[in-house]
Design a binder for this molecule. Structure first.
Ligand code: SF4
Length: 155
């Protein structure tokens, strides 16, 4: 998996202070997408073990109290990203006590594959659905258009 941006201290993608990772790769091609540079799976940089370790260390860094990890993109549930994202969320669950995980995807919860569901079973909040330009509303918290749904799965 590749990624485009990693913000170790972020307050705009989910509740509280967070670590936020924007992965590469998206097949939805939403009209009006602001992140077209992330569509290619080969764009950005490789998300390697060193980066994975850094995310875990940042979440556990007690000098800045972070509420959790946010995964966006691109699409963290792109089939080519599922293995790496699953490995990351499993580590957060095992190694980062008390941290929540938010994930944004263009897929819809009702139509996910078994592999995508395995990730969703480990996260707290899923924001799903494609960005629909005609339904865009900048006043909506944590989503770009009103068709997208915030699913609070564990909290
Ligand atoms: S799901 Fe997100 S990144 Fe993918 S095309 Fe739609 S708006 Fe862009």
């Amino acid at each position: 998996m590749n990624f485009h941006q990693y913000y170790p201290v972020d307050v705009v993608n989910g509740e509280g202070t967070r670590c936020t990772l924007f992965v590469a790769g998206c097949e939805h091609q939403c009209r009006g997408c602001y992140n077209q540079s992330t569509w290619s799976l080969t764009s950005g940089q490789v998300f390697d073990k060193q980066m994975e370790d850094r995310v875990i260390a940042d979440l556990n860094d007690t000098r800045i109290k972070r509420r959790g990890l946010s995964l966006s993109g691109g699409d963290p549930l792109h089939p080519a990203n599922v293995q790496a994202v699953l490995a990351l969320v499993k580590r957060v669950r095992l190694e980062c006590e008390g941290k929540d995980i938010w994930l944004w995807t263009g897929y819809e919860l009702a139509n996910l594959t078994a592999e995508q569901h395995e990730i969703v079973s480990l996260i707290d909040v899923l924001v799903d659905g494609k960005f629909e330009k005609d339904l865009a509303d900048p006043s909506l918290p944590w989503r770009g258009s009103s068709n997208q749904v915030i699913h609070r799965l564990r909290c």
